[in-house]
Design a protein around this ligand. Structure first.
Ligand code: C5P
Length: 257
């Protein structure tokens, strides 16, 4: 994989950033079947990635955002950064190519962060409408506790355990279960060390989120309240849900917490 890092000119603030965000946008989006990587699917003419870059760079922090994009779309990602980033931003932005699996993309993103970064958030570009308030909630809790922090929502449906034929065997108690989202926040060293461990490939399959990566390395993971609007694009049906949140954004409506 090419080590290319494209820094957007004119975005370096005077002080060093202590907050890093890795925005993973390198998934192929096969379950969606849209013919474009998920983060580059458009809603009303704007790529999902554009919304994610917009919310991150609106946060009032000295920060460094790494956009991890498919190598084939790195130039398009840079174009989007240039369109979205205000001239006098407190954010530096770079674009790096992703890996075959999500955890590889995260590792490439972490490697591109400057040494000054102490707190890191990892966010799915496929969740374009996660709010600035959610980012702040996660950042505050990481800095307060030093633990890994994930947004979580209660599970509302009744859950059943089924076999491969779809036959129900039992109802699962949902009280202790939550659905987790991104942005997920970490002390940078904790996440970088966990991603560097070799056990990743072997224990219990590939990790599907970063909380799992640090938990396997022994770190504590705590939750903060998630939000419906941080919904992830996975299948075509999700596009209608995201349209709803885009409309709410455009109308300036406060979506529910
Ligand atoms: O496919 P999934 O829904 O798990 O993807 C979550 C996020 O991870 C998406 O934003 C996707 O672009 C990103 N991803 C990535 N590199 C991969 C796989 C997924 O950046 N190899």
């Amino acid at each position: 994989m090419s080590p290319l890092t494209n820094d957007v000119p004119g975005t370096t603030p005077h002080e060093l950033p202590s907050l890093g965000v890795v925005l993973v946008a390198a998934g192929r989006g096969e379950r969606l079947g849209a013919g474009a990587p998920k983060a580059f699917v458009e809603l009303r003419g704007r790529a999902l990635l554009e919304f994610g870059i917009g919310v991150v760079t609106s946060l009032p922090h000295l920060g460094h955002l790494v956009v991890v994009a498919p190598e084939s779309h790195a130039a398009q990602a840079l174009d989007i950064v240039e369109q979205v980033l205000p001239a006098a931003s407190s954010w530096e932005v770079s674009v790096v190519p992703g890996g075959r699996e999500r955890h590889e993309s995260v590792r490439f993103g972490l490697n591109a962060l400057p040494d000054s970064v102490e707190t890191v958030l990892v966010h799915d570009a496929a969740r374009p409408f996660a709010s600035a308030a959610l980012f702040e909630r996660v950042i505050t809790e990481v800095r307060r506790t030093g633990d890994a922090v994930v947004p979580a929502l209660p599970v509302v449906d009744t859950l059943k355990r089924v076999d491969p034929e779809g036959i129900v065997h039992e109802t699962v108690d949902r009280a202790p279960l939550v659905a987790v989202q991104t942005p997920q926040g970490f002390v940078r060293e904790t996440l970088a060390a966990a991603h560097a461990t070799a056990q990743l490939q072997h224990e219990g399959g590939l990790p599907t989120d970063d909380a799992e990566v640090v938990q396997r390395a022994g770190a504590k993971v705590r939750t903060v309240p998630g939000e419906q609007r941080a919904h992830k694009l996975t299948t075509p049906a999700d596009l209608a849900i995201l349209e709803h949140f885009l409309t709410a954004n455009l109308l300036g409506l406060e979506a529910e917490a």
